[in-house]
Write a new protein. Structure first.
Length: 560
């Protein structure tokens, strides 16, 4: 099936939708009508009309897109009801996905669809892509007698409400089965992105609107070979991934773009607690991978008792996972198989390796946590980093580098009770691995753990780190190539709760020693510039010189 629409079209996935009948997307970059007017526009329930379109029942529970216009507030507005050719919108605070700089960025903090009560000349369209079924079902499409990208319909007359929506042509003699897009309308004739088939063909069947049912299908219909193409929103729900890549129910192998999980906030800054769950439903699957620049946010992965699976694989420059989780016995929760991959605020539990930054250079984990697996974080290559990260209860290793790695940085990381047997450790640097470990904490439960910092002659530099309670001591393997500066031996557990809260406690010999003890206390050459960073991943608010120090910037690792 052909997939022919703009790279700017936004795809919508919801388990309540359909991969076979629904078109699945809406393009906010299309050429829309410019005749929207409103009354009560500064309130929570504005009423809108259009000189070129009568709003009717089918628009209820759909979304009006206001793109531009003097005094208008661009965004995506839920349609509450229709009456007398007009539509009443929900424009209450928090109801609108604001449209800024070509994206639906955040929710509104002020009620209304405009800054004046009765604006006119608004640029508008209808987004039908979030419906569970097609909003318009064509059975009588007619391709224009001269131009095969144009069509009409007697039963569902073309109008400006169709512009920007994807349309799925399913059958009809002379028609090409495909997903395409309504680019514009003139009178009762629509112009589409692609040729619809043979000129003058009649009886075409198609559906306009409706969401896709599976992320694999969304990946398969995206415009290919273009980076940052077809942003995709994923409604909270469970998605089983078991078949081949980029098919309904399949794994995802993307070429580039944005994937955002959400429940109620369909915005790029989404932080909904309910999120989409990708379940492995067969062995030896890579649930999400890419060979293009991709950002994925707010998605949960589960190995689902399957073996040999990987949750998220970065296979290209500038691929990111943000606020994602991986649970179960994945071989790798998050794997950087290429260069310049970033994992931000992600979490793993029970993985063989939580975060594997081993396949390239310049890979970074920031604010991430790996718990209850075998290895928390493994770093290799040149210039890979773990910043503000936590490793807890991993059987073999908390944080480690691979032999031959260079320029590796572990900054403000906390490791608790990792490597509880054999040659394990909270932190480990092997032979030939040049590494800086700065402002980090390593602590083990009483009677368990082998060593906190295991160094196999790796030219490691330890700056203002702390450790305690390991059976074999804080350090092993140090030689003349290692540098240890301002190490703080701990005699008590420094963490508030080793199961739920890795912030610093105030216990003497524990968390109290780690507060404001980080490097640098003073900057070389700046005698009056003093810094008070805490050790570990979680920063505290500290009373300093009568004021309140909140360590702004520490969560991004910018403490030096």
């Amino acid at each position: 099936m052909a997939q022919t629409f703009n790279a700017t079209a936004i795809l919508q996935v919801d388990s309540a939708g359909s991969d076979t009948t629904n078109a699945g997307g809406f393009d906010p970059a299309a050429t829309f009508a410019t005749d929207l007017a409103a009354t009560l526009a500064t309130g929570s329930s504005p009423v809108v009309t259009s000189a070129s379109y009568n709003f009717i029942t089918r628009d209820n529970a759909q979304y009006l897109f206001i793109k531009a216009g003097t005094n208008w507030v661009p965004g995506l507005y839920p349609v509450v009801s229709t009456s007398g050719n007009a539509a009443t919108l929900n424009a209450a605070v928090g109801a609108i996905a604001l449209y800024l700089n070509g994206a639906f960025t955040t929710l509104n903090t002020t009620a209304g669809c405009a800054t004046t009560a009765s604006p006119t000349g608004g640029t508008w369209g209808m987004d039908y892509s979030q419906s569970a079924t097609p909003v318009i079902a064509f059975t009588d499409m007619v391709i224009d007698g001269t131009t095969n990208t144009k069509f009409t319909s007697a039963l569902n007359p073309v109008g400006p409400h169709m512009v920007g929506n994807l349309i799925l042509v399913t059958s009809g003699t002379g028609f090409t089965v495909q997903r395409t897009q309504v680019l514009s309308v003139s009178g009762t004739t629509a112009t589409c992105y692609a040729a619809l088939g043979t000129v003058s063909s009649t009886g075409g069947n198609a559906g306009l609107g409706g969401c896709l049912a599976s992320p694999g299908k969304a990946a398969g219909v995206k415009v290919s070979n273009i980076s940052l193409t077809n942003p995709t929103f994923l409604k909270a729900g469970t998605y089983s991934l078991s078949t081949s890549s980029n098919t309904a129910g399949g794994e995802i192998a993307d070429v580039g773009g944005l994937w955002i999980g959400y429940n109620t906030r369909r915005t790029t800054d989404n932080r909904d607690a309910a999120r989409p769950l990708f379940n492995a439903s067969a062995n030896s699957r890579v649930l999400f991978s890419s060979n293009g620049s991709v950002t994925m946010t707010n998605v949960d992965f589960n190995a689902n008792s399957k073996t040999g699976c990987m949750a998220f694989q970065c296979g290209a420059y500038n691929m990111r996972a943000i606020r994602c989780t991986a649970a179960g016995a994945f071989t790798n929760g998050f794997y950087a198989a290429f260069h310049a991959c970033t994992f931000v605020d992600c979490y793993t539990t029970g993985c063989v390796t939580g975060f594997s930054l081993t396949g390239g250079n310049g890979n970074i984990a920031i604010g991430c946590t790996a718990a209850g697996g075998t290895t928390g974080f493994t770093l290799a290559g040149i210039g890979c980093s773990a910043i503000d990260c936590i490793a807890a209860g991993n059987g073999t290793l908390g944080f480690g580098t691979a032999s031959g790695g260079s320029g590796t940085l572990m900054l403000n990381c906390s490791a608790y009770n990792n490597g509880t047997s054999g040659s394990g450790a909270n932190f480990y640097t092997p032979t030939g691995s040049a590494c800086i470990i700065r402002n980090c904490i390593a602590y083990t439960a009483s009677g368990s753990g082998s060593v906190n910092y295991r160094d196999a002659t790796g030219f490691t530099q330890y700056e203002n780190c702390a450790g305690g309670n390991a059976n074999a001591g804080n350090f092993s393997g140090l030689d003349a190539t290692a540098i240890v500066e301002n190490f703080i031996p701990l005699t008590a557990n420094p963490f508030a709760s080793v199961s739920t809260d890795f912030s610093l406690n105030s216990t003497a010999g524990g968390g109290a020693l780690c507060r404001a003890a980080g490097f640098p206390g003073a900057f070389t050459g700046l005698t009056t510039t003093t810094s008070y960073p805490d050790l570990g991943a979680v920063q505290s608010a500290s009373a300093v010189a009568g004021g309140l120090l909140t360590h702004i910037g520490m969560e991004a690792g910018c403490n030096g």
